[in-house]
Design a protein around this ligand. Structure first.
Ligand SMILES: C[S@@+](CC[C@H](N)C(=O)[O-])C[C@H]1O[C@@H](n2cnc3c(N)ncnc32)[C@H](O)[C@@H]1O
Length: 300
């Protein structure tokens, strides 16, 4: 079917599909982003060889249409990401937040650190976190050694510390790419040579994340719209994801993140995102142009 033969998308059909997408994943398409939604819907309709958007809607809400629904959602996500994105914020994360977290945990003899990258796209964010935390832990260990034998060869994370990074997304294609952990040169620009040498293998013209870094990161599918989200995190990164949700959905997500964090846990959101005026359950921490939000604990 040529573009000129493509069926028209009526306002009523657009509304139905917009509502369905919002209910399924929280993504909200305002007037500015409606042309993008229309374009992606046209493509999927063509792919499915259907002759009206209403039939496409009927397919999406049917049991056999589950696969197509997840295909549509994949086509609607924006997956832009990079290593070491928002350097000022990552400095705050590594030098202030991790430092404080490790000190408090060591006092309590709790050696488990759990980080969640929610909306991880192709993996640059959780791998960046893994490299930064591995370094922060080794540096902390250097100044606060513990009487534990470290096995040889020395692991990235010094015993008895344990680091678990969960990285999740709604898009299976990006999760597969993230799991591969193989990046072309042009995506490596923000990674300085020290990190490249220690944490990547160069194979042909690509950089592959080393196995010991990959072992720290576990990739999984999670839709942030649902209520069943990973619990007991010390830190959550959810950067450049909420900006595609409307305010009501953002507020619901902030509430869920509050429950998914351990006491005194931190939430990191994107540069263009903010929790200001949205909640009184998080307190803003700002340092050298980096921003994070600390969970507020209710005093008994
Ligand atoms: C722009 S990328 C951000 C990647 C990374 N966090 C960063 O800041 O570089 C947004 C990611 O959020 C994911 N996403 C969008 N809606 C989601 C949802 N409801 N549940 C989980 N992930 C979602 C998209 O698939 C996409 O990979």
């Amino acid at each position: 079917m040529s573009q000129s033969e493509a069926p028209a998308l009526t306002d009523a059909e657009l509304k139905l599909l917009q509502t369905l997408v919002y209910q399924e994943c929280g993504m909200h398409f305002d007037d500015r982003r409606t042309p993008f939604l229309q374009d992606r819907l046209q493509r999927r309709l063509k792919e499915c060889q259907l002759d009206s958007f209403y039939s496409y809607y009927r397919l999406l809400i049917s049991q056999p249409g589950k696969q197509e629904l997840s295909q549509l959602l994949e086509n609607l996500t924006v997956n832009e990401t990079s290593f070491f994105r928002n350097k000022a914020q990552l400095d705050l994360f590594q030098k202030e937040v991790m430092e404080e977290l490790l000190r408090h945990k060591q006092e309590r003899r709790d050696y488990n650190v759990r980080i969640w990258s929610a909306g991880c796209s192709t993996g640059q964010e959780p791998y960046t976190a893994a490299m930064l935390v591995a370094d922060a832990m080794s540096y902390h260990y250097l100044r606060n050694p513990l009487p534990f034998e470290s096995p040889l060869p020395k692991p990235l994370v010094p015993a008895p510390w344990r680091l678990e990074i969960l990285a999740s997304d709604i898009n299976y294609s990006v999760l597969r790419a993230a799991q591969e952990g193989s990046y072309p040169e042009h995506q490596m620009t923000p990674v300085d040579y020290g990190y490249r040498l220690r944490y990547f293998d160069k194979v042909g013209d690509r950089y592959i994340v080393k196995r010991n870094v990959k072992e720290l990161v576990h990739f999984d599918f999670h839709n942030l719209k649902t209520e069943y989200l990973p619990q007991r995190n010390d830190i959550i990164f959810c950067r450049n994801v909420m900006m595609y949700f409307d305010e009501a959905e953002q507020k619901r997500l902030i509430e869920k993140f509050y429950r998914c964090l351990n006491p005194h846990g931190y939430l990191f959101v994107g540069h263009a995102e903010s929790l200001l005026g949205m909640t009184d359950k998080f307190q803003m921490v700002h340092h050298n142009n980096g921003t994070a939000y600390r969970r507020v604990e209710v005093k008994m």
